[in-house]
Design a protein around this ligand. Structure first.
Ligand code: ADP
Length: 196
């Protein structure tokens, strides 16, 4: 069974993913895997170069800041970039979950996909169930400011991009990570609810 794990920035997806890994579950970290594909996948690199020009891989290194600036100013460019990266991620997930070491090695046959924009990227289509992690906005703000050494305005701007309310309504299971129960308890609750 493939389980999506989504939630807004600072909700606690990464800590929950790490705990699930410790419990023996396979978790695909979409963020880091997408970055890897952008750097290493030849077909993805070709398409991104066609879209942004050869300087996008200056000295072989993907120019994140340059791309961020351009897609921020031009929504259609963002849509085109997503149309390159999202299908590549989808294909990578399917390949990963059906071949070793993932195949047959995840506890209870459960595979997790951690993704902040699971629905927007269409990755929910791969999932049998979706878990949304939530926490009050002020707590999420505090956590991200501390984690990223970022300021409140930048974090608020990042939060505004995501429509976490809609994601929570669409999810099959909602887990409240407000700092009450320990992460281990929340993960047990997740597994119980998936199986229930
Ligand atoms: P996300 O991946 O959803 O953006 P993280 O898992 O990185 O969020 O959590 C954001 C920060 O908050 C991290 O520094 C994490 O250690 C901390 N954090 C998350 N959940 C809790 C919690 N229940 N108690 C204390 N700190 C937490």
């Amino acid at each position: 069974m493939i389980i999506g794990l989504t939630g807004g920035i600072g909700s606690g997806k990464s800590v929950i993913s790490n705990q699930l890994r410790q419990m023996g579950y396979s978790v695909y970290d979409t963020d880091s895997e997408a970055k890897r594909l952008i750097m290493e996948d030849v077909h993805v690199r070709e398409q991104i170069t066609d879209l942004f020009g050869p300087n996008v891989y200056k000295d072989g290194v993907y120019q994140t800041a340059l791309v961020a600036k351009q897609v921020f100013a031009d929504k259609s460019l963002l849509a085109q970039l997503n149309a390159i990266v999202h299908p590549a991620v989808k294909a990578d997930i399917l390949q990963r979950f059906t071949s070793p070491p993932f195949r047959g090695e995840s506890e209870g046959g459960l595979f997790f996909i951690e993704c902040a924009i699971l629905y927007q990227a269409g990755l929910d289509q791969l999932c049998d169930k979706v878990v949304a992690v939530t926490a009050p906005e002020d707590i999420r703000l505090e956590r991200v400011i501390a984690r990223d050494q970022s300021d409140i305005h930048k974090v608020r701007a990042r939060m505004r991009i995501q429509d976490t309310e809609q994601d929570i309504r669409r999810a099959d299971i909602v887990i409240n990570n407000d700092g009450g129960p320990p992460i281990t308890t929340l993960c047990q609750e997740i597994v119980q609810k998936i199986k229930g």
